[in-house]
Write a protein that binds this ligand. Structure first.
Ligand code: 0O2
Length: 211
């Protein structure tokens, strides 16, 4: 039993707040160096009590074991422009010394049956409390803007239909998932074009300067 939920939530909120600052710091550094930032924007939340209790019931997780068995009480989302950016963000996370990655779930290579795509990283993050250090599990979902659009809509519909979608909505969601995938593919191609144009531009510029 959890007697004081505010007390239970406090370290999770601290982890979310601190990681938000750190992840936004990465974006700032890229921008300061006039480089393309793989992070478009970051959001974070602590899972509300009702959602925790509902998920615990659904997954048969004992309330006494929430800290170890529910990995997404503290959750952050990193939105990226391009699929390649997601892999860059994962590389950046793997190189950090202030977090310890314990699991990665690649729902981009292996999308979920629903059509859901995203890259999940579960990590351990140490928060400093007046009572000492406490390691908190945090789930970071990394997705493109297009994946996020689909997941946000599907999540709202899920809430309405409790996962039991009428057939026509199901078909539309599958089609929308395919369209979101195609959009990412097209944008990746455009990105290659942009980078080639930039290379050509700098090459020509150098040529002109030499003459
Ligand atoms: P909320 O409201 O986002 O907090 P699993 O057993 O794989 O289904 P598990 O072990 O909890 O679930 O881990 P998983 O799948 O890596 O992460 C679960 C979270 O991913 C979900 O949290 C969603 O945020 C997101 N997610 C996973 N599948 C889907 C999907 O089909 N559609 C959408 N929109 N989001 C999904 P919660 O707890 O479900 O909800």
């Amino acid at each position: 039993m959890i007697e004081n939920w505010d007390e239970f939530f406090a370290p999770y909120q601290q982890a979310v707040d601190e990681l938000k600052v750190k992840l936004k710091g990465i974006r700032k550094q890229f921008r300061q160096e006039s480089l393309h930032t793989p992070i478009e924007f970051v959001t974070g939340r602590v899972k509300p009590k009702d959602s925790i209790l509902a998920k615990a019931r659904l997954r048969n997780i004992s309330i006494d074991r929430l800290e170890t068995d529910m990995q997404d009480i503290a959750g952050l989302r990193i939105m990226c422009q391009f699929v390649d950016d997601i892999h860059e963000v994962v590389r950046l996370l793997r190189n950090r010394h202030d977090i310890h990655i314990i699991e990665e779930r690649d729902y981009i290579t292996n999308n979920k049956e629903s059509g859901y795509r995203s890259y999940h990283v579960v990590l351990e993050y140490p928060v400093q409390l007046i009572a000492g250090e406490k390691k908190i599990l945090v789930e970071i979902q990394i997705r493109t803007l297009s994946m996020n659009f689909w997941a946000t809509i599907e999540h709202s519909l899920n809430y309405k239909y409790q996962g039991e979608f009428p057939e026509d909505i199901n078909v539309r969601l599958q089609r929308a998932a395919e369209a979101a995938f195609q959009l990412d593919e097209e944008m990746s191609q455009i990105r290659v074009e942009i980078q080639e144009a930039q290379r050509l531009f700098s090459h020509n510029k150098g040529y002109q300067e030499e003459n």
